[in-house]
Design a protein around this ligand. Structure first.
Ligand code: ADP
Ligand code: F6P
Length: 504
């Protein structure tokens, strides 16, 4: 097992007396009322919450987010505030309430029917309605007021950290309310090139870019997305001047910095979850069941989303078992996927397609003693996920486009025996960062199938060498390193701004 060199980051040196206010659409903890009336707490699936909850535990401060749980109002005070995480209360959550029209127009509409497919360049799913855009504007303004309100509650300085594509306009609105506040934004998903962004009608794509220029710093996962953003600014915001080399935009009387900061996970937490006595027992059970007699076990973990390449993955597996019959009964796949955004027709249809395709594969290739794909179609606790990752011989991440993809990093973190092979889509941010995976193009059926065969045939020594390399890289870039680099850059900019004000 890899020796751990835990680096303790001290974030207070950046935040000093500054109140930290994070804002995202998705909240870290939802309270859900069950049919019997009892309330349970759920952590929504998604990279944003996985990454940011551990960081908020260290920075404290306030997380402002949509109160989306059915019992959320009953578990917060009149202002929508409560302390979280449950049992370890160390930061505050301020819930913002949205009605059905807001959710339909802003979240399902502009965020998920327009921006999500555009940013992932899957334009067959792109849909624009004026109502979506208007609601997006209105909700962005409401969140800007909620952040300003949180900032009012403290006497000193405050910093706003906006998350993701749900809030493309919030920085500009917040800047108008609190001109001297330090505002920055992390864009979790890819940023498209100009020819894709301009599919948003005239007016809205320029407005979105100007909205983002309300920030002092805009952060992307990888440099390519940052460059796409700068190219869009050059093309669509004529009154801005762009320095592509320095990653800087001069706009109105301010400078906006732009950079790449690849997100990660709490590596030690995943390692710890994979090492508990319960996890070890689960790993033994899984391996006794699926890996006896030289068989192998594959795994994938996703939200059911058309960006994740799930039908493409099923097609590759089906082709493999068709063309290489000797691999039937030799290789079982655990397919963990949780329904996501099911109010949208494209997601609902995809979920049905996936369940149907798995049933077809199992009917076609399964035998009395063997089920090719074990489908777990639900939100699974992360400690259980950790056991599955640890037990597996290979993991497939086949996204058609993905800002980063944290599942790949979770798999690496939990591979304590260093036996697993990671098959990783070359269209993920992770593929540009991780060295040691087998890169795949999910659209290339034969190449994809060939990579699964290569993984299954890979000698133990090569598996170990690759996994060790990936684990070393991951230990050098955890979620805390990510936060550290963003806060260090932010405080550098804040210091420079203060210097400029003194001189002026
Ligand atoms: P995205 O943010 O697009 O969902 P990521 O791969 O970056 O994609 O992050 C997904 C996160 O959601 C990971 O932390 C993963 O463990 C979690 N997740 C995905 N599917 C499930 C599931 N079925 N049950 C529980 N957690 C899940
Ligand atoms: O990582 C991108 C992202 O949209 C996050 O912002 C979000 O938490 C996650 O995917 C899951 O999506 P949703 O919040 O729409 O369920």
């Amino acid at each position: 097992m890899l020796a751990l060199f835990a680096v303790t980051h001290d974030f207070t040196r950046y935040l000093d007396d500054c109140k930290f206010i994070l804002v995202s659409n998705r909240e870290p903890y939802e309270h859900i009322r069950r049919s019997g009336g009892t309330v349970h707490i759920k952590q929504p699936a998604g990279g944003l919450v996985t990454a940011l909850d551990p960081t908020m535990r260290r920075t404290h401060g306030t997380w402002v987010a949509w109160g989306s749980g059915t019992a959320d109002r009953d578990t917060a005070d009149e202002a929508g505030r409560l302390m979280v995480p449950p049992g370890e209360e160390c930061y505050s959550l301020r819930r913002v309430w949205l009605d059905d029209a807001d959710v339909n127009g802003y979240y399902h509409g502009f965020a998920n029917r327009a921006l999500w497919p555009l940013c992932h360049m899957l334009i067959q799913h792109f849909e624009f309605r004026t109502e979506f855009w208007e609601r997006y504007r209105a909700v962005n303004l409401r969140f800007a007021h909620a952040v300003a309100d949180e900032a009012e509650r403290c006497s000193g300085r405050s910093m706003a950290w906006i998350q993701d594509y749900h809030f493309g306009l919030a920085a500009e609105f917040l800047r108008a309310i609190r001109p001297s506040m330090f505002i920055h934004q992390f864009w979790h998903i890819p940023f498209p090139p100009p020819d894709i962004l301009r599919l948003l009608p005239s007016g809205s794509h320029e407005a979105l870019l100007r909205g983002l220029l309300g920030n002092d710093l805009v952060e992307f996962q990888i440099d390519r997305y940052a460059q796409n953003f700068l190219e869009c600014i050059e093309r669509f915001v004529p009154d801005a001047s762009v320095d592509r080399v320095e990653g800087r935009v001069s706009f109105r009387d301010r400078d906006v910095q732009v950079g790449a900061f690849p997100i990660s996970i709490d590596v030690e937490r995943f390692e710890a979850m994979a090492s508990t006595p319960d996890a070890i027992a689960r790993v033994e059970t899984l391996r006794a069941r699926y890996v006896r007699d030289g068989r192998q076990l594959g795994v994938c973990v996703d939200r059911v989303d058309y960006t994740k390449g799930i039908p493409e993955r099923l097609r590759a597996l089906s082709t493999l078992w068709t063309e290489v019959p000797s691999l039937r009964e030799r290789f079982t796949f655990i397919f963990v996927c949780t329904p996501s955004r099911t109010d949208l027709p494209a997601y609902h249809a995809l979920e049905q397609e996936v369940v149907q395709a798995v049933m077809d594969i199992n009917r076609r290739f399964g035998t009395d003693g063997w089920t090719p794909i074990v489908l777990i179609n639900e939100n699974v606790d992360s400690d259980l996920l950790a056991s599955v990752y640890r037990a597996a011989d290979l993991c497939i991440v086949s996204s058609l486009q993905d800002g980063m993809n944290l599942v790949a990093k979770e798999f690496i973190a939990c591979q304590l025996e260093e036996r697993g092979v990671l098959l990783l889509s070359r269209f993920t941010g992770s593929a540009e960062e991780i060295d040691g995976a087998l890169l795949i193009n999910p659209f290339n059926v034969d190449g994809f199938m060939g990579a699964i065969r290569t993984a299954l045939d890979m000698p133990v020594e090569e598996r170990r060498r690759r996994m060790r390399r990936m684990r070393q890289q991951l230990h050098n870039s955890t979620i805390f390193d990510w936060l550290d680099s963003i806060l260090a850059r932010s405080s550098e900019i804040m210091d420079a701004q203060r210097g400029e004000r003194v001189v002026a």
